[in-house]
Ligand binder design. Structure first.
Ligand code: OMP
Length: 274
């Protein structure tokens, strides 16, 4: 089963476009785990259990684990996801980008060490920095295109005078991912929920690739506008929310609160399809 097939199956089974982001920050944990980095796995496993039937994907952000020397807990967490939510694919948010020989190592890390189903990548070092990931047939790779942060404008909204049609940089990335770079249909694009007009533009330029859309929840992106701009029956979108779900409550009710927030977001995204 390819990553795109997995997304389609999870969307159907869980009736969801919601990707649950796992960004564990021990200072924000409930009192019983607070400031204890050895509890990263326990905290995240609770969030996974609470949302296993509500998610199209899980997206652990690797920096939140590596910063606390908790890569072993990330491995354990992915094994836990396989046990309790085998239908839900895992996107490793690593935003890697490097020369081919180093990219080969990053691809081993993402797909062999962690066994992720997809990874996030920066495309700005060019095709040879992306190619090593494409050797893992069936795995997915999301290229940063129009990111959710305000500074995304600095480069992504610059016009490329030397490219026919003088597209903006993010438009050029979208065309490459839809066409010449997408050798085996493995590529997707990252577009921020904070920029619905750009989601619509990316969807027009890249009508069939999956879109990973972070920025609903804490960053204030609009769930309804996001679905209207990006969702198509035949092209999956994966709308990610991390902090709003993980830290819906800092109290002992954090599991129920996470489930409530995930349900609310999942339902808002589903309702926007019609
Ligand atoms: O690739 C990403 O996931 C990503 C791309 C982007 O443009 N913006 C963005 O916020 N992200 C990630 O998505 C998550 C957003 O977290 P929340 O704002 O808490 O939902 C973080 O892990 C970011 O690293």
């Amino acid at each position: 089963m390819t990553f795109i097939d997995q997304l389609r199956a999870a969307e159907r089974q869980n009736r969801s476009l919601l990707c649950v982001g796992l960004d564990p920050e021990p200072t924000r944990f409930p009192a019983r785990y607070r400031n204890d980095a050895s509890k990263i796995y326990d905290f995240c496993a609770h969030i996974v259990d609470a949302t296993a039937e509500l998610a199209i994907a899980f997206k652990p952000q690797i920096a939140y684990f590596a910063a606390h020397r908790a890569e072993g807990q990330l491995e354990q967490l992915i094994a836990h996801i396989r046990r309790v939510a085998p239908q839900v694919p895992v996107i490793l948010d690593a935003k890697r980008g490097d020369i081919g020989s180093t990219a080969e190592q990053y691809a081993i890390e993402a797909f062999e060490r962690y066994g992720a189903d997809a990874v996030t990548l920066s495309p700005f070092m060019g095709f040879d920095s992306v190619q090593p990931y494409l050797k893992y047939h069936g795995k997915g790779a999301f290229l940063l295109c129009r990111t959710s942060n305000p500074g995304g404008d600095d480069l992504q909204n610059q016009r490329l005078a030397s490219v026919p049609g003088e597209p903006l940089l993010y438009e050029h990335v979208a065309r490459l991912a839809q066409g010449p770079w997408n050798l085996n249909g493995q590529l997707g694009l990252v577009v921020g929920a904070t920029y619905p007009a750009e989601i619509e533009r990316v969807r027009a330029l890249a009508p069939t690739v999956p879109l990973l859309i972070p920025g609903v929840g804490t960053q204030g992106g609009d769930a309804v506008a996001t679905v209207r701009a990006g969702w198509r029956e035949d092209a999956p979108i994966v709308v990610s929310s991390s902090r709003a779900i993980c830290y819906a409550s800092a109290g002992d009710d954090f599991v129920e609160a996470a489930r409530r927030e995930a349900t609310r977001t999942r339902d808002a995204l589903e309702a926007a399809k019609s």
